[in-house]
Design a protein around this ligand. Sequence first.
Ligand code: DX5
Ligand code: ZN
Length: 214
Amino acid sequence: MKVAPSLLSCNFLELKKEIQQLEAAGIDYIHFDVMDGQFVPNISFAFPILNQIRAITQLTIDTHLMVKDPERFIVEFAEAGSDIITVHVESTPHIHRAIQLIQNAGKKAGITLNPGTPIESLIPLLNDIDLVLVMTVNPGFGGQQFIESCLEKIKFLAAYRTKHQLHYEIEVDGGVNELTAKLCKEAGADVLVAGSYFFKHEDYALPTATLRGE
Ligand code: DX5
Ligand code: ZN
């Protein structure tokens, strides 16, 4: 199991130290949540912070765009240092264009969907992408409660991948803690995002090991 802490819950006054501690803990991806106040009712951070993080770490940066019409910004997010760029199927009428822009920029393309969006909406895309992010909360805020019915989507994606011999990673985001992590693992997840649960610890090696299932 890979572990992807969401920086939304980190201490921004100590950002460099936070990144160094994440590296020391052996995490897999830095999950970078971008919110525009349009697609979701919150605003977070973007290019200046991403550029500065890129300059100090080799860790994989996993950018989650909660942004209306994300095609407008994909080249900039690629140039600012994202390794994976994930877009919401609900955020644009031109989702294939968004995926192509990500791949043309030489980055891994992820797609994601809100808890209320049926999994069938992803089927036309599953041949073309590198990662599927299953949202287990309504995006916009850290610290919300895990929506258990979303586990069915993880199971579907794992079975579909086997049946069609595909290779996308299945990542889960929202309300992940030591209990819900187990449910995600059983359902077939490969990567767990965690914000509030992860950063409430002093020593990041602990939540990293717990989420990995060690
Ligand atoms: C929610 C974000 C998440 C969030 C997760 O909109 O996409 O990545 O930071 O936070 P927790 O783990 O606290 O639910
Ligand atoms: Zn996220």
